[in-house]
Design a protein around this ligand. Structure first.
Ligand SMILES: [Fe+2]
Ligand SMILES: [Fe+2]
Length: 243
């Protein structure tokens, strides 16, 4: 469903009660996309806020699904404009909302940047949203940012995987079972956004072990299938084992 015809912002349910909000942007040749994910439950959660200047579009898109004031958690993977640029605008619009992030993000940035104190999660710590339960997974420097981490929704096995599998281009199917590794590797070949930390491979293995059924990517299509296998293939491409 298109929620703003001028920007092309659209909202689609890509997993049970998980809505992908996507806006095409022109910051890269060939176009690009910024996605946010809204998990609707008793305590609704937004993963990624979008950049500050995109806030009116994201607010409008959330409002097409539920009242923005119902938001309980505003979560993100790491501190960048597309991840949390409109965090304070969302906190102002949603009186009960708290930032939800990893403990490193809270310590280094969010305790200071956010207008309301964050709920900081340790690696492996989980939070109930009602029906759904989300678990925080630390992933320092994967693909970038010391504070980087992900949320895994345990009931329907959705991994909110942020910048992993970043796909170029502005127009994508909301969710696909097709190839996203090829496009994301072509993006990485042109613009390598990975820090290539020494722990990349075990971190990929930790993420793959959640056996996700849906990968909620921040840029491009969400993906449905055997997430353990696909993350393993990404690990082989980005951080091949020494042997
Ligand atoms: Fe990023
Ligand atoms: Fe991103």
């Amino acid at each position: 469903m298109i929620t703003n015809s001028q920007s092309g912002t659209r909202v689609d349910e890509v997993a049970p009660s998980v809505y992908r909000i996507s806006t095409p942007v022109t910051i890269l040749p060939g176009g690009f996309s910024f996605n946010q994910y809204l998990l609707v439950d008793e305590a609704p959660l937004l993963f990624h806020t979008g950049p500050r200047r995109m806030f009116p579009l994201v607010r409008e898109a959330i409002a097409s699904v539920m009242p923005v004031e119902r938001l309980r958690y505003v979560a993100f993977s790491h501190v960048e404009a597309d991840e949390c640029g409109s965090l304070n605008e969302l906190l102002a619009a949603s009186p009960q909302a708290e930032p939800l992030c990893g403990s490193v993000a809270a310590m280094v940035s969010v305790n200071d940047l956010a207008d309301r104190a964050p709920k900081a999660l340790a690696d492996g710590e989980s939070v109930s949203l009602g029906k759904a339960r989300v678990r925080w997974l630390d992933a320092p420097h994967l693909p970038h940012g010391w504070e980087c981490g992900y949320l895994f929704e345990e009931t329907d096995r959705t991994l909110f995987c942020g910048d992993l599998f970043t796909q170029p281009g502005a127009q994508h199917a909301p969710v696909t079972t097709g190839d996203i590794l090829g496009p994301s590797e072509s993006m990485r070949a042109a613009m390598d956004y990975y820090a290539h930390g020494t722990a990349s491979r075990p971190l990929f293995q930790k993420l793959a072990a959640t056996q996700p059924k849906t990968l909620a990517c921040m840029h491009g299509s969400a993906w449905s299938g055997d997430g353990e296998r696909l993350i393993g293939e990404l690990a082989d491409a980005v951080a091949p084992s020494a042997s």
